[in-house]
Design a protein around this ligand. Structure first.
Ligand code: SF4
Length: 399
């Protein structure tokens, strides 16, 4: 059986557009080229990550514009129509990301840049054999596209360990569907999405990545790499190895592989271009980044608590610190996983988190993993407004 090919190409530090175009071209040539995927007249949806500000290139938060631009130029040369389209995280105004990140400049140059959130048309796409969803509400362009290309930024993630080609696809969902995914089950829900829309290609912006508490507030890491592959599971498995994970630790990759949507074992993947050993670097994991400690605050994780809830709570605490709200922590006990509620703590001081909790406190945060902002809200209660660090809408409007 032929192996899935994943290419790794090194760029110079701080590459300019011609260098990035050349690296993307080389990465695609190494996996057999883009020409076999695209016919004249095709609508090609190029889907970068615009999760949220900060949009500065050095922050490593969103896909830099030159990577999708290079793809758009190649698609045009094949007489097809490239559209660079995405919707940011729930509550984030994608227009601001476009304006502040360089995508507006691309628009002014004549590239078709689409803020999906501003598109009124959405539709339910069917998920054959979905594990969480039978249908998913996507933007209409997802169904109109002949070819979908995932163009993620490589980052560690506070709920899913890593975000790359598969997780990035959530930007093709409406905000309502994004929220449902967090409440009903992220780890199989995203794989339902992958199985329904079947992107044909991934090109990873791993020029400046992010480690620690990604996908927004992590620390930038200069890697100067472009990766590409037609099997998104193989791409994510290779990126996992690149940043120091065994792919078996990254549940989205595991679940997608288990459903036959791609391969993750190293003996089924041919890495071409740079050797993985020469360019890999262990990234700080979200759980290892900058723990928040506060006297009088108790955090109880059950034995069954997975990284999803561990990272969610950690990320919520970091959000509170960034918003100068740590003073609301003393007296509160947060419980996750299968841990019993402590009998010696009053109900009013308890917050239970996640679908795994058998006993629920009056202040319970549902979801698997739950939304960080809802954990903050449960901790703070009515004492203050939840300050969403990167969203413009209030929490109430986006719940
Ligand atoms: S609810 Fe359970 S399975 Fe889901 S993220 Fe939390 S601990 Fe993990």
């Amino acid at each position: 059986m032929s192996k899935a090919r994943v290419s790794i190409v090194k760029t110079d530090a701080k590459p300019d557009y011609p260098e990035i175009h050349s690296a993307v071209r080389h990465a695609l040539d190494l996996i057999g080229g883009i020409e076999t995927l695209i016919k004249p007249g095709d609508l090609v949806l190029i889907n970068p990550s615009w999760v949220a500000p900060p949009v500065e290139r050095e922050a490593g938060c969103i896909t830099i514009p030159e990577v999708p631009r290079a793809l758009a130029d190649m698609v045009r040369c094949l007489d097809a129509r490239p559209v660079i389209a995405e919707s940011s995280a729930v509550g984030v105004d994608s227009e601001k990301v476009i304006q502040q990140s360089g995508y507006r400049v691309l628009q002014e140059m004549g590239y078709e840049i689409v803020n999906l959130k501003a598109q009124k048309a959405s539709l339910e796409i069917h998920v054959a054999n979905g594990k969480v969803f039978e249908t998913l509400e996507c933007w209409a362009m997802v169904q109109q596209a002949d070819v979908i290309i995932s163009v993620p930024k490589l980052k560690t993630h506070d709920q899913t360990e890593m975000t790359c080609a598969i997780k990035k696809l959530k930007g093709l969902l409406t905000d309502k569907a994004k929220k449902a995914m967090h409440q009903e089950g992220l780890f199989e829900g995203v794989v339902d999405l992958l199985s329904a829309i079947k992107p044909q290609l991934a090109v990873v912006d791993a020029i400046i990545c992010q480690e620690g508490v990604g996908p927004i507030f992590g620390k930038p890491v200069e890697m100067n790499l472009i990766l590409a592959g037609k099997d998104l599971v193989a791409v994510d498995a290779t990126c996992a190895r690149l940043i120091g994970y065994d792919p078996a630790e990254t549940l989205l990759t595991v679940n997608a592989n288990a459903r036959g949507l791609g391969v993750m074992d190293s003996d089924q993947i041919e890495v071409v271009g740079e050797s993985l050993n020469n360019v890999k670097r262990r990234f700080l994991r979200a759980i290892e980044d900058d723990p928040v400690e506060m006297e009088g605050f108790n955090l109880i994780h059950g034995e069954a608590t997975c990284t999803g809830c561990r990272n969610t709570v950690m990320s919520a605490l970091i959000d509170m610190r960034n918003a100068d709200q740590l003073r609301y922590l003393p007296g509160v006990t947060v419980v996750t996983g299968d841990a019993p509620l402590p009998a010696d703590v009053a109900q009013k001081d308890l917050v239970s988190v996640g679908l795994c909790m058998k006993e629920k406190a009056d202040r319970h945060v549902k979801g698997c993993p739950p939304n960080n902002a809802l954990v903050v809200k449960a901790i703070i209660g009515d004492r203050a407004e939840v300050k969403r660090m990167y969203a413009d809408e209030s929490l109430d409007k986006t719940d």
